[in-house]
Design a protein around this ligand. Sequence first.
Ligand code: SAM
Length: 252
Amino acid sequence: MLDRATIRAEQVRVANQRFYDAVAEHYEDVDGRRSPRLRAWLSARLAQIRGDAPGGRLLDLGSGSGFLCRCAKDVFSFRVGVDLSEKILAANKDAFEAYAVGDVNALPFEDEEFDAVTCFAVLHHLYDFAGLVSETRRVLKPGGMFYSDHDMELAFARRFRLPLQLYRRLRGAERHYHQVDQHLTPEVYELAEWQSAGVDAERLVELFEQAGFAATAGYHWYGLSPLSDRLFGTRRCKRGWGPLLSITARKQ
Ligand SMILES: C[S@@+](CC[C@H](N)C(=O)[O-])C[C@H]1O[C@@H](n2cnc3c(N)ncnc32)[C@H](O)[C@@H]1O
C-alpha cells in the first residue's frame, strides 16, 4: 500500500510513462472493452461535439493507442494525439494526422490551436486537474469544446465500493498487465491509477467554471460490458448511480 500523503505529482507522471511504455503494443487487447458498439457510440458523441466546436482541429490528451482519434476519423479533419508514452504513440501512428510526446500539464502547442480537446479514460491517471484545465483553456480557441469520458466517478465508487472491488478483482486488469511485463509492480500500477477511487465530477466542473468554461457532468454505464450495455443502454443517470463520468465544457 502506498502512503498517498507522501506521493508527489512527478511519481505519478513517471509511473504512467513506464506503465504505458511497457504495455504499448498490447494495451487495447488487455483492456478488452473496445467493442464495435463502443466505437459507434463514441463516434456519435464526437459528432455532437464537432457540431458545437468552431472548426475541425482536435487534440486528444492521453491519446494512448489512439482509440478516440480513430473514432473521430470522419468527424474531425485534423486529429492530434499527445501522450506521456512515446512508445504507445509510435505503435499507433496511423491513428493521428500528427502526434507529440507531452504532459497534459505542459502541452507542447501554441495558444488557441484547437477547436476541441478530448480525453478518454485519462482523468483517473492524473495527479490533479489544475494543469489539465489551464492548459486546455490555453490551447482551445474561444468557443472551443472540451469533452472527456469513461473515468470512474467518485460518488458512484463510494456508493458501490464493495461490488466495485469485486468487479475489479474479477476483471483482473492488474494481473493481465503483469503478464505482459513482469516489471510492472503493484506499486507502478497503483501510482498510474492514481484516482482509481473515483474522479470528483463536482470539483472538476467547478474548476472548469472557474477557468471560464460552461461545464456539465453526466453519468452513464455505456461501454463497460455487454451485460451492462443491455441492462442500462446509453441513458443518463443521476450522480452516484452511473459509474462513468462524461464531462462537456465550452470555453466562453
Ligand atoms: C487508460 S489509457 C487511455 C488511452 C486512450 N485515451 C484510450 O482510451 O485508449 C491512459 C493514457 O493516458 C496517458 N497519460 C497519463 N497521464 C498523462 C499525462 N500527465 N499527460 C499525458 N498523457 C498521460 C497514459 O500514458 C495513457 O496512454
